[in-house]
Design a binder for this molecule. Sequence first.
Ligand code: SF4
Length: 256
Amino acid sequence: MPAFSEQELDKISAEMENQTPQQIITWAVETYAPQIAVSSSFQTQSVPLLHMVSRIDPEILVFFLDTGFHFWETLMFREQLQREMGLHIQNLYVDGQWKNFLDRFGRDLYDHDPDLCCYLRKVQPMQKGMKTVRAWVSGIRRDQTANRHNAKIIEVERDGLVKINPLLNWTRQDVENYIREHNLPTHPLFEKGYRSIGCKPCTRAVRADEDERAGRWDGKGKTECGLHTEMFNQDGPGKSALLNGFLLNPSEDETQ
Ligand code: SF4
């Protein structure tokens, strides 16, 4: 496996701006397999990437964050895509070290402290999963959020993990075109207005005139879970009074 410096990866990334997602994935597989994994949330916009990687490298590992809060339709869709595309899925779960904390606060943590909830249920399990590989293929697009607008096709994350974003220059329309051209399935909730789907408590359907991600963390002042922001490179969610209080007094009974 060639070891590229960060400067070399920057140069390759710039050259890839005009390449197709399939060309970018092929380079990633040839460079890093078998130490490479794809992350997927198994929603409609995940379908083209999963289809492409399953054709280019059927053995590629697919990480799925099982937060415990998914729509059952998402779990069914995951099973369907696994069967139809022959995917090798590995579920990632919240770390056992947080059991006591989540027993006390986990039920509605998404309301009290959604950044902490995402950190414990998504970011930290993904950090742990990604320690087992050298490269991460993600399906983010520049047209999704302001943060993603500034992403690069190849990025270097914590511990030298190389993140590859083959669909970065695609649009929502490209996703829909690919699905139609290849006669691929869509998430069962897509036609009901769920254009972007995450955990059930933090997702609502959107109107036709709304942004596709307008239904994610609506009213919570949050647009990203942290997987694709600087939070991924941190060892904690930042300031969390709830977590800091718990760590200071882990056995304190809040009912007293
Ligand atoms: S999306 Fe909501 S429920 Fe899921 S981990 Fe983030 S805050 Fe928690």
